[in-house]
Write a protein that binds this ligand. Structure first.
Ligand code: ACO
Length: 431
């Protein structure tokens, strides 16, 4: 850790306390308040952690004002156009782009771990048929700790590595089986001759009764969706994984916690909510009515797929996703899809509206992803599981980074307590 170059002075009740300031390689300086309570007897108050750096990280960097997303320094648009998901996984996990040999070895390790323990089938069958695939995902991933005991010791680097590969390799199988179970169709086993995205598409859409050939353009679009969702700094689900991990919980439990957090409509559930909203709008002439509702303080309605905690400019992933939507719909011969027309017009009208401009609300990655996924044949209930599958590598990379950070300790936020102070218990007959 580099020595802080500056200090901030906080004066409180006439007493001054110096707080070190750390300079990051990118982004704003960070005031180190670890000694604040000990030195001045006060906490900081920051609901939603809007101004709090919870860790030191070298994985992903977002410049929200510029609309820039970097993984290990490489911009997301370059990775989305020149690289592919498993190479990005390697980059996130190990810090550098792989050589050809390293990539081949990594791909082969992932490919050889895609099958699930056969007994896990019975675990799937315990869920109700109409269970949401995310509910199945949370349960099955958490239960991996019961099936893969030999990769739960977080203090053993080898076990950490095996758990990482297992999670990346098995998530597509788990997500696809959650879908198949929901449909009442037989589980489709992974095939080692297919690439990661093609394998997932086949496990979702193949049936034993006929041959299924993966379209390379769809497989490329799927791979790009995985790549665009691979990691995103200290967002809610990643912070959940880190918080769960801070107690020493096993990797499968930590990732299950991340999946549970991702499920919410303000986070990973937004692509489902966005597509549902676009369908509810239905036709271009209804757009002004929905924009008016989004601006109305008395109406809880928000434009889903718009706005982001960090981006105060275009989400760079949304730009790539919009291109993908055009390509995929063109390939599938549905270029005049009415929902895509509504999305494009809604984006245009919102961007021209001073409300959205003043609050710096721009389309985020979820605005177009639902349109692509639906065109590929996925029901809305699979959108968030696909996000979870893609983000697994980000969660694991952050989890591994945390475990190797000598400064990491159990997460334990403080509070601004505004409840009752000490009072005596009142017997029930006297209340
Ligand atoms: N539609 C209308 N108004 C909005 C929207 C929106 N989508 N998003 C924010 N605003 C307004 C708020 O009402 C608030 O207005 P105010 O200052 O007058 O009170 C202001 O913009 C700031 O909003 P906050 O909720 O304080 O911003 P925050 O950074 O906490 O929220 C969030 C970010 C949760 C993503 C929000 O923009 C939102 O709810 N968007 C819709 C859901 C969505 O698309 N989520 C996906 C996020 S990306 C991801 O998880 C992959």
């Amino acid at each position: 850790m580099t020595e802080p170059s500056k200090t901030a002075t906080l004066t409180l009740d006439g007493q001054s306390i110096d707080l070190p300031i750390h300079s990051p390689s990118a982004g704003p300086d960070v005031v180190d308040i670890r000694k604040l309570y000990g030195g001045a007897g006060v906490f900081t108050y920051d609901p939603g952690f809007t101004s709090t750096a919870s860790c030191r990280s070298t994985i992903t960097f977002i410049d929200g004002d510029k609309g820039e997303l970097l993984h290990r320094g490489y911009p997301i648009d370059q990775l989305a156009s020149k690289s592919h998901y498993l190479e990005v996984c390697y980059l996130l996990l190990y810090g550098e782009l792989p050589t050809a040999t390293q990539l081949e070895d990594f791909e082969s390790r992932v490919t050889n771990h895609t099958m699930l323990h056969e007994q896990m089938q019975y675990f799937f069958r315990g869920f109700r048929r109409d269970a949401h695939p995310m509910a199945i995902l949370v349960g099955v991933v958490g239960a991996m700790s019961a099936f893969y005991h030999d990769s739960t010791d977080i203090n053993d680097p080898w076990q950490r590595e095996v758990a990482s590969i297992r999670l990346i390799a098995k998530m597509p199988t788990i997500a696809a089986w959650a879908y198949k179970y929901h449909l009442g169709q037989p589980f489709v086993y992974p095939r080692n001759d297919l690439d990661y995205a093609s394998n997932f598409l086949r496990m979702c859409f193949a049936v034993p009764a006929e041959e299924y050939v993966v379209d390379p353009i769809l497989s490329r679009a799927m791979d790009r969706i995985f790549t665009l969702h691979a990691d995103h700094e200290q967002n809610a689900s990643t912070s959940t994984v880190r918080l769960a991990s801070s107690s020493g919980a096993n990797p499968f439990a930590c990732i299950a916690a991340g999946i549970a957090c991702l499920w919410g409509p303000a986070h990973g559930g937004a692509n489902q909510a966005c597509l549902e909203m676009l369908k509810e709008i239905g036709t271009v002439d209804k757009i002004p009515e929905f924009i008016a509702r989004a601006k109305d303080k008395n109406d809880p309605f928000r434009l889903m797929g718009f706005g982001h905690r960090v981006y105060k400019n275009f989400d760079p992933r949304a730009t790539v996703m919009k291109q993908s939507a055009d390509e995929v719909l063109d390939l599938l011969g549905v270029e005049d899809n009415p929902i895509l027309q509504v999305a494009k017009e809604l984006e245009k009208q919102a961007l021209e509206d001073p409300y959205f401009a003043d609050k710096k609300l721009f389309p985020n990655v979820d605005f177009y992803s639902g349109i692509i996924l639906e065109a590929m044949g996925f029901p809305t209930s699979m959108f968030t599981p696909i996000f979870a599958l893609s983000r697994t590598v980000g969660w694991i990379s952050q989890w591994k980074e945390q475990l190797s950070d000598p400064e990491h300790k159990i997460g334990r936020p403080r509070q601004l307590y505004v409840g009752e102070t000490l009072r005596d218990y009142v017997d029930i007959e006297n209340r």
